[in-house]
Design a protein. Structure first.
Length: 733
């Protein structure tokens, strides 16, 4: 919606109902020509008595009725004595109550606010106000004026008002001056402003097109954007300069000088790696080099196996009622004598059996073993398979606040390592380079590490191709499970997954057992079929409730993307009902009963255990839950027994999850999976995406779409190249 389409409201703030000091989200009452209107949005520091011009759009809260969602806010300080008294007596200025406000007004009249800001010592004329108290009142008011001017600056340059609270938290009273001095800092992760917006702001403030500040900011942006969005740990120098040249429309020669300046100052690292002149962000360079060093040291360590290893293995086989195949026995034996090992294989090859065996062996050896996985659902599944507790890697490493950086960090590290004697990590293909570096840093020098995964799954969302690089380097002791066991081979899901992985198209006409293809060749019929499967056919015919079915799509957009699927599935599975709480956020109406996904790591969000006393901090990207209720501005979500409360401003961390992308489903397993496969960008309609989707299903897999599109995915083995130096570093070592 453009500014021209936004509605305008003007009036005085009569009451502030709610204000989040962390991000400035506010709910207030605005007196518009005698009528009180509810306004919501980011309005840091707004207080009763202020005059606001609000441009926004109307929304309807199911309980509280119509509200104006503010997008642009212009603030005017109170001017009349009545407005000033209302403002001061509201408690907006710490240290000033109703009685003091009245005395200030009586003494200074309409100049009261000017006196407080510019000459607060005059307040000592009022009985009871000491010099110290006067200075404190003035200091608080000047801070509020700083927030106000920052918001005015953001409004003038059409930047999100949410930035005011974030900038104040990062830079305090000098936030506005810092932004004016270097607008490009707005591109940093904590602010998430588009580079084009920050660049436009800088140019409008007088930064020249060839200013070193602009050139260096462009280089760092390209480096960070490509690393964290495209999975690279470095960029070849030539590609970095070419991309930045196109971004800024400047010559490569100018950029070479700026790149050298960044390297000299340590803001970028340049090194010959894998035949490339590689440019790294310092944090990724340090992480990759550390992984190579630590994994090499662990790979060379040969540990003394326990006495009577054969006897122990026979005991495990007896207790678990199995007989190990040669490769499985090799895996258990390797774990006994090596500090680090990789265990890999496709579905049905016995990875779980090996994993249980290794865990049992470690227990017999008296080792305290921690189980971990990258996502909450993967950790829960790992714990269920092994009959013991498992956690996410993030929770294993714990989080804390770093007062120096102002950021949350892992509290477990080389100074305070994990107490575990051994760590087993499942779904390692999802682990990126920074997370693996953090995990290795938290291991004691003698701690064992077993990394389990399938390198043919989609790679991690974050930087690097960690698991594949470890395997391909040949430098780490590895067991590859290749035999598909007879019982597993009865499953068409497993047989077809291996066919797909080999580049062979399954016979989609053979609807048998647990793998089906329902041919549909237009988006409307795909959506109708998916809805019918979830609402009626699978629950009624196979006894699989909708809550145990996960709909997947390779893409978010287009006619059969997750956006369209979520709309029709919500209407079919969780329609609106009188008394059922709702809340609109962006283009989505969240509703009690919706399945939702946490879409970013939030280390400081609180959760409590349902029906218990346990509580903790942190929800992570990919966690899926169900909205329990939406009441009094609070949305309560149940994440498999962990209860989390979201205020209205936090709803941007949630997305509907009746349907999710295949990438988001990594590490999870579902009783039934329905894949909508009709259309999508070639980079998404790939063999790896199809293989990952199929292997998410435990009992039933149904693909709904065009068989030709499915065949096209099998034949499209497109793998976006990731620039990573880990394999080369390991090989060299």
């Amino acid at each position: 919606m453009s500014d021209q389409e936004l509605e305008l409201l003007e009036g005085a703030v009569s009451a502030v109902i709610f204000q989040n000091e962390e991000n400035g989200y506010t709910i207030l009452k605005l007196d518009v020509r005698g009528e009180e209107v509810t306004v919501v949005g980011p309005m840091a520091g707004v207080a009763p008595g202020e005059y606001l011009s609000v441009r926004g759009r109307w929304t309807r809260h199911p309980t509280y009725g119509p509200q104006m969602k503010a997008e642009v806010v212009d603030r005017r300080l109170p001017q009349s004595m009545k407005e000033i008294f209302h403002y001061l007596s509201s408690g907006a200025v710490k240290g000033v109550g109703k009685t003091t406000a009245r005395l200030i007004i009586e003494e200074f009249g309409e100049d009261s606010l000017t006196v407080i800001e510019e000459d607060p010592e005059q307040l000592t004329k009022i009985k009871g106000i000491t010099k110290k108290r006067a200075r404190q009142i003035g200091e608080v008011f000047r801070q509020q004026m700083g927030t106000r001017r920052l918001m005015e600056f953001l409004t003038e340059h059409q930047l999100p008002l949410e930035l005011a609270a974030l900038l104040r938290r990062a830079y305090g009273d000098v936030a506005l001056e810092v932004v004016k001095a270097n607008p490009y800092l707005l591109v940093n992760e904590e602010f998430e402003v588009e580079f084009s917006q920050a660049d436009g702001l800088a140019l409008s403030l007088g930064v020249g097109t060839e200013d070193p500040l602009r050139l260096e900011a462009g280089l760092l942006f390209e480096l960070a954007h490509n690393n964290y969005n495209n999975g690279h740990t470095f960029l070849p120098r030539r590609k970095l300069v070419e991309a930045t040249s196109a971004l800024l429309a400047v010559s490569g020669e100018l950029l070479e000088d700026s790149l050298e300046a960044l390297i000299r100052r340590g803001e970028a690292e340049c090194e010959q790696v894998a035949g490339q002149e590689a440019v790294y962000l310092p944090a990724l360079h340090e992480a990759e080099a550390y992984i190579a060093q630590r994994i090499t040291e662990m790979s060379r360590a040969e540990l003394l196996p326990p006495e009577g290893l054969d006897k122990l293995i026979r005991r495990i086989e007896k207790e678990q009622r199995i007989a190990y195949a040669p490769q499985q026995r090799e895996a258990v034996e390797l774990a006994a004598g090596r500090q680090v090992m990789l265990l890999t294989g496709g579905p049905g090859t016995g990875k779980t059996t090996c994993l249980r065996g290794v865990l049992a062996l470690f227990e017999m050896m008296g080792l305290d073993t921690a189980l971990a996985a990258p996502t909450g659902r993967a950790a829960k599944r790992l714990g269920e398979l092994c009959g013991t507790d498992a956690s996410t890697i993030h929770r294993l490493l714990e989080t804390g606040f770093d007062p120096h950086s102002g950021k949350l960090v892992f509290t477990r590290n080389s100074y305070d390592p994990l107490k575990a004697d051994a760590v087993i990590v499942d779904e390692t293909s999802m682990v990126d380079v920074p997370l693996m570096a953090a995990l290795l840093d938290a291991l004691r020098d003698d701690c064992r590490l077993v990394l389990v995964g399938d390198p043919d799954q989609l790679p991690s969302v974050g930087p690097g191709s960690l698991f594949a690089d470890l395997i391909r380097s040949g430098a780490v002791p590895t067991v590859r499970l290749t035999e598909i066991f007879r019982q597993a081979a009865r499953s068409a899901i497993i047989r077809n997954a291996h066919l797909i992985n080999r580049g062979q198209v399954p016979d989609l006409r053979l609807n048998q057992g647990d793998f089906f293809c329902l041919a549909r060749r237009d988006p409307e019929s795909v959506l109708d079929t998916v809805v019918d499967l979830c609402r009626r056919r699978l629950p009624e015919r196979l006894g699989i409730p909708a809550g145990e079915i996960q709909v997947l799509s390779p893409t978010r957009r287009r006619g059969t993307g997750t956006r369209a699927l979520n709309q029709v599935l919500q209407q079919a599975l969780n329609p609106p009902l009188e008394g059922k709480g709702e809340r609109r956020f962006g283009d989505w109406v969240f509703r009690a009963g919706d399945r939702v996904m946490q879409v970013r790591n939030n280390y400081d969000i609180l959760w409590r255990e349902e029906g218990g006393t346990d509580s903790g901090m942190g929800m992570f990207n990919g966690d899926i839950g169900v909205i329990r209720s939406i009441e009094k501005e609070i949305t309560t979500v149940d994440f498999d027994g962990k209860i989390v409360e979201y205020s209205p401003d936090m709803l941007g961390e949630l997305e509907p999850a009746f349907a999710v992308t295949v990438h988001k489903a990594q590490g999870s397993e579902y009783r039934a999976v329905i894949l909508a496969a009709l259309e999508g960008a070639p980079m998404l309609m790939t063999r790896g995406v199809l293989y990952t989707a199929v292997t998410r299903a435990r009992e039933l897999f149904i693909v709904v779409g065009d068989p030709a599109a499915v065949a096209g995915m099998v034949n499209n083995n497109r793998q976006t190249r990731r620039y990573s130096g880990l394999r080369a570093r390991l090989t060299e070592r």
